[in-house]
Design a protein around this ligand. Sequence first.
Ligand SMILES: [Mg+2]
Length: 249
Amino acid sequence: MERVECLLFDLDDTLYPSSLGILSSCAKNIVDFMVQRLAIPADDAPHLCISLYRSHGTTMAGLVSLGYTFDYDEFHEFVHGRLPYDALRPDPALRSLLLSLPQRKLVFTNADRVHAEKALSELGIEDCFERVICFETFNRNGTARVVCKPSLEAFHHAISIAGVDPSKTLFFDDSLRNVEGAKLAGMHAVLVGSHMRGIACIDTVHSLKEALPVLWQEEEKDDSGDELLQNAADETLAVPSEVVPVAAS
Ligand SMILES: [Mg+2]
């Protein structure tokens, strides 16, 4: 693998664990929005929420593609405004880990800027990244189409905005299909929080130093850790789609 120059991190369920329940709360709020604001029958909304998430990257993108019109800022406020942010606590171990990494570091999330900044701030890592690429980076209120991960278009935008060489970029995400998307866009990618055969995986970003010591050996070429990434480079992309119980916005 070529020397890694840039690290691109998903936010939700990647920089903090899914066990905190932030995204499951988010999914419930999305269903409430669908029922209360879009008049989608309560019996249909949970299933539609998940199926749109699977087919369009986010439930919101799916709703827009179906022709529902709503204010995107209102949607984000409704969905994220009531999240249990108390569950997010400062993570000094993650902070020092991130700060010790010599590469450029950016966040790439499908969430809106308010949520991203709030979550990063609660974790105490908001100043560890040079930029947050988020919903507003690609999308304007009222546009008829939402651009988001895992579409190649979103990854190409992110690569261009970050000004990185994808072959020297390492992407981290808890979503298998986002990991697949990053690989299609030419990046190296690591799945966080679950295991999938043939995909480079880590349990948590906290284990980065043990899993990828090569990241700290910037100048001197060292192959330790390459084995993990070689899986990503060699693996065919024909893996089953992930089963996702909740829908991120
Ligand atoms: Mg995530």
